[in-house]
Design a protein around this ligand. Structure first.
Ligand SMILES: Cc1cc2nc3c(=O)[nH]c(=O)nc-3n(C[C@H](O)[C@H](O)[C@H](O)COP(=O)(O)O)c2cc1C
Length: 369
């Protein structure tokens, strides 16, 4: 019996996939080549639509369709401050100055001028992206940072699209299922990337629960109605088997797929998550929302400064020059290198298909011992 045959039957039925693994949407990382490779290997590849203009999103969806005839997903955030960006003019001078002071500390490193300017208002692209997904009848809509409301779920269902909702709390999971979603991903605090809240909690609230706590609770609360994926800390077959033991139907994984051959992550990022010191921290200093990243000079300085992040994603807009310059020069200290707490277990850069085959075979072996 193959791993795929043993594992994830309910998930297969709900999302039309063969392996119990969903690769998370990750801007710049989950490029069409990675999405198609995951789907072709039997998992669910998901591309991230956040920030993509409608034509670019449509083009990426078409590229994926050219590369696979298997189901795939498109992800976007439904966070209230991302759907409608806060007005920069409404932010207090102190908050702007405090945030810019931290950015100014590092700007001279790239010969960037210091500034205490407010960022320009952000464009609202979320509703446009949702419309493109519905028009394109994508197989799966994957929602992060905020739960889809019932009428949005209904619009997707009318287009023949399944809806997967990632949540970090039990109450959000219950609400999402009441709104009609087809599957839930329970996101534990181990997760790399942004914490999946629809409004920003304070630092303590953002810590959340580990998968060990959240997954069985979610399974008990909604598992009879929809399949539950575990999201956070799964990078190998042991982790996948552990999530099955907790009652999950599969895993939604990000960090492991950053370090794959098909991933669009920069080489410096792949290298940093497969070797050396890989302690991680939760910070809101890169985008304005809480995210788990590799520790760096920036995250240390941001935490020490006690600066308040600009709301929505305006923090990312304020730091675009600095983080962009860091990216352009492969600086690993001044750009967000998103990574989950299990990152230290990674040491190789396999293909996406190898990840899916190895994890399902190893998990199957462990569970059948
Ligand atoms: C590089 C990176 C980017 C991510 N981007 C997104 C995203 O755009 N949308 C989303 O819903 N989740 C995103 N996530 C979070 C994942 O959905 C997921 O919760 C997380 O990766 C699971 O933990 P793991 O990284 O330990 O596998 C991202 C994660 C990483 C590592």
């Amino acid at each position: 019996m193959t791993g795929n045959a043993v594992l994830g039957k309910r998930l297969s039925e709900a999302l039309g996939i063969e392996a119990p693994i969903v690769q998370s949407g990750m801007a710049g990382v989950a490029v069409p080549g990675l999405v198609a490779a995951v789907s072709n290997a039997g998992g669910l590849g998901v591309m991230a639509a956040l920030g993509a203009k409608p034509d670019a999103l449509r083009e990426s969806i078409r590229q994926i369709r050219q590369a696979t005839d298997k189901p795939f997903g498109v992800n976007i955030w439904l966070h209230s401050d991302v759907r409608t960006s806060p007005d920069p003019a409404a932010i207090s001078d102190d908050v702007v100055r405090g945030s810019q002071a931290v950015l100014n500390h590092f700007r001279p490193r790239f010969d960037l001028p210091v500034t205490f300017e407010r960022p320009a208002p952000a464009r609202d692209l979320v509703n446009d992206a949702l419309t493109v997904m519905i028009e394109e009848r994508v197989p799966v809509f994957s929602a992060g940072l905020g739960i889809p409301e019932a009428d949005l779920v209904e619009r997707f269902h009318r287009a023949g699209t399944k809806v997967l909702s990632m949540v970090a709390t039990l109450s959000d999971g219950v609400s999402a299922v009441a709104n009609g979603v087809d599957a839930i991903a329970a996101q534990g605090t181990e997760s790399g990337g942004h914490r999946s809240y629809g409004t920003k909690p304070d630092r303590q609230g953002a810590t959340g629960s580990s998968c060990l706590v959240l997954v069985p609770a979610m399974v008990d609360a909604v598992g009879r109605e929809v399949p539950v994926l575990a999201s956070g800390g799964v990078v190998d077959g042991r982790g996948l088997a552990a999530m099955f033991a907790l009652g999950a139907d599969g895993a939604l994984m990000g960090t492991r797929f950053v370090a794959t051959k098909e991933s669009g992550a920069a080489e410096v990022w792949k290298q940093r998550i497969t070797s050396g010191d890989r302690s991680t921290t939760l910070t809101d200093g890169f985008t304005g929302q809480w995210a788990r990243v590799l520790n760096s000079e920036f995250t240390d300085h941001w935490a020490e400064s006690r600066a308040e992040a600009l709301p929505g994603l305006l923090q990312a807009a304020a730091g675009r020059d600095l983080f962009g310059a860091a990216r352009a020069s492969d600086d690993d200290q001044l750009q967000p290198l998103y990574a989950g707490a299990a990152v230290a277990q990674l040491s190789d850069i396999p293909s996406a298909a190898e990840v899916i085959q190895t994890l399902t075979a190893d998990a199957s072996r462990i569970l059948n011992r």
